[in-house]
Design a binder for this molecule. Sequence first.
Ligand code: GDD
Ligand code: MN
Length: 408
Amino acid sequence: MKIVVIIPTYNERENIGRMLDILVKDEFSKIKNHKMEVLVVDGQSPDGTSEVVNEKMKKYKQVNLLLTNKGGLGADYAKGMKYAIEKMKADAVFEFDADFQHDPGDIKRLVAAMDLGADYVIGSRYIPGGAIPKEWGMHRKFLSFFGSLFARVVLLMLNVHDMTSGFKLTKTEFLKKVDLDHLLSRYYAYKIHILHDVVKLGAKIVEVPIVFYERKEGSSKISRKDLFDSFRVVILLRLRDSKRFIKFGIVGTVGYMLNALGLEFFSGVKVTQDLANFFLEWKGSWPLSIASEPSAWAAAFAAEVAILSNFILNNYWTFASKRITNPLRFLWKFSHFNLTSAGAVVIQFLVVGLAVSLFGDTPLVRQLSLVVAVGVFIVPYNYTMYNVFIWKTWKVPGLRWLQNRRVD
Ligand code: GDD
Ligand code: MN
């Protein structure tokens, strides 16, 4: 893998030279199985940080420099990440500070965690073995810990212990799916947004304990407003998730109503009668007899109507920001969606067909069996299929080959 250590800098002249020496000369040589490089993203520091970096670039081919107009830590990281992905073809990137608050010796420990299967490695201060500067006063310790706890609780991420660590290793396979051009913050809170999205994308998260040291040279650029900014980002992410969840529920309800109406409608039309008649000779032999029930076919058609409605409403409304407009891609996605929903058609066919053949073909039997089909079988079925094939939040070892196939 190619791993790029991204170091944002603003007035880090006293730190960056020594940091680059330690990284390239001491640390990278200890990591034998990966290609290690550095990308310094300098906000055109007035103290001449970039001159020091330019000197080091003459000495080490592993050092790269990207100049920005200091758009804030998040904005500059977004630029650096895109540069590492597009220009440097990185497979994974580090977020790392220039000021020695992060120990360069910890880099290999985070890499080792990725080698063991993690997609997103957090250098964590709030798990056993991790620490924040003992020099920090009570008030700062309190803010840092409870700030993190607030974000964990509101975003339902209790399994992540350090939400704001600036020391991370992320596989670009996941970062590429994060909308880096529209991060909710240009400042320090950008990292809460990326963390949130990467978790939602189903990345395997691992926390490695790190000690966060006190800064010796230069000064911190974090300010009071970053506290409020982080608060704002957490709330916005929460609202965004809830909105999706509610929309998803409405789409499901509309789908169900169309399903129920469709069942009544189709059980009375000629096509389903004809289909059932076609299988009339199976009437006596259960379970084949299900095919001779018009309402079984009606239930299958109704399921397809619900699938169509779910697909269209989710595409144009719930996930409007990722709307598919290209007609060919739309058809391709729709057939893929149909394939994963095919089981729902079969389930409805079987459950409703069985019910009407046992209890008689009345509206009550049809509707009650539809409730059972959807509630008992289809909701868990869809939930499983979505997690495995659509959102890919569950990784199934035996199905890796199917899951890795990209459809978008
Ligand atoms: N290019 C660029 N642009 N670099 C910046 C900017 C910016 O706007 N702001 C800060 N930096 C650089 C600094 O020069 C340093 O290398 C690194 O980003 C971290 O900045 P600090 O100012 O030292 O941050 P901190 O020590 O207060 O905060 C650290 O800990 C926080 C958690 O307590 C960082 O690691 C944060 O990311 C982390 O959330
Ligand atoms: Mn710092």
